[in-house]
Design a protein around this ligand. Structure first.
Ligand code: GLU
Length: 482
């Protein structure tokens, strides 16, 4: 996890309100579009904000807990987005994150509106029992105001939440609606045993990997970055070693041959230009409660120091507002891969763009989580595992095809090759291939807008243009706007 930047020095001139920042990014894209003003306003504003406070019994007495669920856009239903448990979360942040969910879903063609929830609490400071009671009560509050349901609004994990919380939500919701046959689809990111899907936990990190891979094969983008194609041997620094940062780092290291030169957590940064093994770093953290002190690496007590590490690719995978006017000129990467939501402020971004740093914006790059959530939701609604109906038929088709080829060439395939050719994809393989295809298609759409469209001078604006056009088309198809 990262730190909230101090409001000092250059950063003081900057408006760090996350909601204002997302609005500014939207406005920049709206200038490149010719949509009617009312339509743009409808897309931009947050439709509903549910805000709640409730008392919870803890072993230290009663505590009043604050929570929110923002519904940004209803152009598609259900609405979708995670629930964040963090002591700093607030209404503005939740509304900004809900807006990003709308744009994210549009970019990756996932038919959901955007939403986000938050509970103002530090989950590490409370017992499992207290967290369970808070989660169940929050679910009850959401249900009583129609802010949760398989066709209404479907939460998922976010910072401070995971499979455990999602299983409590699913169970609490099912208890409230005992006759609902689609109850499992009221939340995604559940444990596999409770209707979850293979590959959801790593999904955001994997989406980040696929997005980066695509950019690193794009000749025009590479020219701007001044880098050679491919990922093998590229140096990478990752801010944040939570679910997203951990998976992005391990996948880029294990599967693409990247050298991880810097990693950070809330209490500091570790650097080693020769490379860090992220699995070993995770083991060290389990043993010592911190990544600091990792053998062979330089430990720096400043968590923001990772942003200044010399590297080809910088992956901020922690909080919003990390790269600001105060530190952007010290960023040394050539590709900024925004795995977190809102890690770069507009002031920080302007500095990066002057240095020709290529940016993969959050609303594209971290969409992997919601893409796989969409697969999970679909699986829950069909009440059937993927491929159940067509598996045998596919096997038969494959067999006939291979027999036919063998007959034509008058030769038999080797047993192993035959086995490989007739392989049927598992759920995990289907999820990965669906995610890869989605990220590749979305990248191509955005980069085409960036490189080909007048008035669009950066990738974030291109991503917003792509999203706004799609949401606008949905509103038009509903017959509300001409
Ligand atoms: N919290 C994740 C995000 O910000 C996942 C949302 C979802 O799966 O609905 O994209």
């Amino acid at each position: 996890m990262a730190v909230k930047p101090k409001k000092a020095g250059a950063a003081q001139q900057e408006d760090l309100n996350f909601n204002h920042i997302v609005s500014q990014q939207f406005d920049r894209a709206a200038e490149a579009l010719e949509s009617p003003k009312a339509l743009l306003t409808q897309i931009k504003v947050c439709n509903n904000l549910f805000s709640v406070q409730f008392p919870v019994k803890t072993k230290n007495g009663l505590m009043v807990v604050k929570g929110w669920r923002a519904e940004h856009s209803h152009h598609k239903k259900p609405l979708k987005g995670g629930i964040r448990y963090d002591e700093h979360v607030n209404a503005d942040e939740v509304m900004a994150l809900a807006a990003l969910m709308t744009y994210k879903c549009a970019i990756v063609n996932v038919p959901f509106g955007g939403s986000k929830g938050g509970i103002q609490i530090n989950p590490r400071a409370h017992s499992e029992d207290t967290m369970e009671r808070i989660t169940r009560r929050f679910t009850f509050e959401l249900a009583s105001k129609n802010f949760i349901g398989p066709g209404i609004n479907v939460p998922a994990p976010d910072m401070g939440t995971g499979e455990r919380e999602m299983s409590w939500i699913a169970d609490a919701f099912s208890a409230l609606t005992p006759t609902g046959i689609d109850n499992l689809a009221c939340v995604t990111g559940k444990p596999i045993s409770q209707g979850g899907i293979q590959g959801r936990r790593e999904a955001t990190g994997r989406g980040v990997q696929y997005g980066i891979r695509e950019a690193m094969q794009d000749k025009k983008a590479l020219k701007q970055m001044g880098l050679t194609a491919g990922l093998a041997g590229k140096t990478v620094a990752v801010q944040g070693f939570g679910n997203v940062g951990y998976h992005a780092a391990t996948l880029l290291h294990d599967e693409d041959g990247c050298t991880i030169v810097g990693l950070s957590e809330w209490d500091g940064t570790i650097v080693n230009p020769k490379g860090l093994n992220p699995h070993k770093v995770a083991e060290w953290r389990t043993e010592h409660g911190t990544i600091l002190g990792f053998p062979g690496a330089k430990s720096i007590k400043n968590p923001l120091a990772v942003l200044e590490v010399e590297c080809d690719i910088l992956v901020p995978a922690a909080l919003e507002n990390q790269i600001t006017m105060a530190n952007a000129d010290k960023v040394k990467c050539r590709l900024l891969a925004e795995a977190a939501n809102g890690p770069t402020t507009p002031g920080g971004e302007a500095i990066l763009l002057k240095k020709d740093i290529y940016i993969l914006p959050d609303i594209f790059l971290n969409a992997g989580g919601v893409v796989v959530s969409y697969f999970e939701w679909t699986k829950n609604l069909t009440h059937m595992r993927f491929g159940r109906m067509e598996k045998r038929m596919r096997e038969l088709d494959q067999r006939l095809l291979l027999d036919g080829i063998e007959h034509m060439i008058d030769r038999k395939f080797e047993a192993r090759l035959r086995e490989q050719l007739s392989h049927q994809m598992s759920e995990l393989e289907l999820v990965r291939s669906g995610l890869e295809d989605t990220m590749v298609t979305a990248y191509q759409e955005i980069r085409d807008i960036f490189f080909k469209r007048k008035k669009v001078t950066d990738m974030r604006t291109a991503a917003f243009v792509c999203a706004i056009q799609k949401v606008a088309a949905s509103y038009r198809s509903l017959g509300i706007f001409p």
